[in-house]
Write a new protein. Structure first.
Length: 71
C-alpha cells in the first residue's frame, strides 16, 4: 500500500479494496495501523465514509505547485 500513496496521497477503504484488491476489513486495518504510526491522517472526522491523507506527500506537491506558479 505504501508505494501507492505517492500517486494517491488521499485514500479511503474503498479505494484500497478496488485498486489493491484488499478485503474491506483488511483495508480498514491497514488505514488504522498507518494512522497510529503517524503515516496517515484521517481528515473527515466522520465514523463512516472516512478519508485519509499522507500529509508529507501533499506538502511536497503543494510546494511544487507553488514553484510552478512563481515561474
Amino acid at each position: 500500500m505504501l508505494p501507492h500513496l505517492v500517486s494517491h496521497p488521499v485514500v479511503n477503504a474503498r479505494f484500497l479494496s478496488d485498486h489493491l484488491g484488499m478485503a474491506g476489513q483488511t483495508a480498514q486495518n491497514a488505514l488504522n495501523q498507518l494512522t497510529e504510526a503517524g503515516v496517515l491522517t484521517e481528515r473527515t472526522g466522520l465514523r463512516r465514509n472516512r478519508v485519509w491523507e499522507h500529509r508529507g506527500i501533499l506538502t511536497v506537491l503543494d510546494q511544487y505547485a507553488q514553484n510552478l506558479l512563481r515561474r
